[in-house]
Design a protein around this ligand. Structure first.
Ligand code: BDR
Ligand code: CA
Length: 315
């Protein structure tokens, strides 16, 4: 069983990532840490608690993390996750308290107590991780690895980006806090960056039959997913938008789902046009030696991913 900390900004798809992670027998969720991203951190923290209450897993501590990116102001999410940040599921207000101190402390504490054992599954901006590395550099060598929904590398025909109209090459999580991503990519901690290339798919989708199975289930999380999909569909997006972040959890459960390549990647932190772009050096005869080497998701078995997701939601 793999120990993970889920660092997230729920968010529709982050909420589903929480459900998947908590229900998987292959994972032990040690903590959930929340961050500013899809919404301000108060909302993402409340949504994490609401999600845990929905699936009766309030035994997992939730730490509230960074309320702003490392050095800049947070942009506003161009893709709204609904008024509640959960696709208008309007789950009941949570009664479970947050962990007493902040998420960065929680992360540091857990990693120190479990040296070499914890994987951080990061489905939001990397602000908490970057802050933890600055505050306590020693934890870097105690983290087993990071699996992140991060960047867009243009490695298959489904590559697309989602930051804002002014930054056509940027993926939202990196765009929100590019300086944090730069710190984490350069940290030397083993990183698997699952970009939007592999975390989305335009051809393979949940089917009518899947929707019926969700409809027939008595599990509240099945109803949640169904409503979330209807919400994104209603806004002109396909079902994948409701489950992007689930790919990082699926990868933690079964790394054979995604083929990865190793490559030198730089994060753009200056330009207006390409702010937050993950620049992969793909040249044959030259490598950009100053850039860190990370593992990049190159191809996912999206059908198997959806099957795993459905099984866990309905379990
Ligand atoms: C990311 O954007 C957010 O809206 C989703 O939660 C996901 O983490 C993908 O770029
Ligand atoms: Ca997210």
């Amino acid at each position: 069983v793999k120990k993970i900390i889920l660092d997230c900004d729920p968010g529709i798809d982050d909420s589903m990532a929480i459900v998947m992670a908590c229900k998987s027998a292959a994972l032990k969720v040690m903590a959930i840490t929340t961050v500013n991203g899809n919404y301000p951190v108060d909302i993402t923290s409340r949504n994490a608690l609401k999600t845990l209450e929905m699936i009766n897993r309030t035994d997992i501590p939730v730490g509230r993390g960074m309320s702003q990116p490392m050095v800049r102001r947070s942009p506003k999410d161009p893709f709204t996750h609904g008024r509640d940040g959960q696709g208008e599921n309007n789950l009941p207000e949570p009664s479970t308290p947050l962990w007493g101190r902040n998420a960065v402390d929680l992360m540091i504490k857990m990693v120190k107590e479990n040296p070499g054992e914890i994987y951080i599954v990061c489905t939001g901006p990397m602000s908490n991780l970057a802050m933890a590395f600055q505050q306590e550099p020693g934890i870097k060598e105690k983290i087993a690895g990071i699996y992140a929904i991060s960047g867009a590398f243009g490695l298959n025909k489904f590559a697309f980006t989602n930051a804002t109209g002014d930054t056509p090459q940027s993926e939202w999580n990196v765009y929100v806090d590019p300086e944090a991503a730069d710190i984490v990519y350069r940290s030397g901690v083993s990183l698997v960056a699952l970009g939007l290339d592999v975390a989305t798919h335009f051809d393979v989708n949940l089917t009518e039959k899947d929707m019926e199975r969700l409809q027939q289930s008595t599990r509240p999380e099945a109803g949640f997913l169904k409503k979330a999909i209807q919400f994104v569909n209603g806004r002109g997006f396909e079902a994948y938008c409701a489950v992007i972040d689930c790919m990082a959890v699926a990868y933690a459960i079964d790394p054979t789902l995604v083929q990865t390549i190793r490559g030198h990647v730089g994060i753009e932190t200056h330009s207006n046009l390409t702010l937050g772009m993950t620049v992969l050096d793909r040249r044959h005869h030259h490598v950009w030696v100053d850039l860190p080497i990370v593992n990049i998701g190159a191809k996912a078995d999206y059908e198997r991913f959806l099957a795993m997701l459905m099984d866990l939601v309905l379990a």
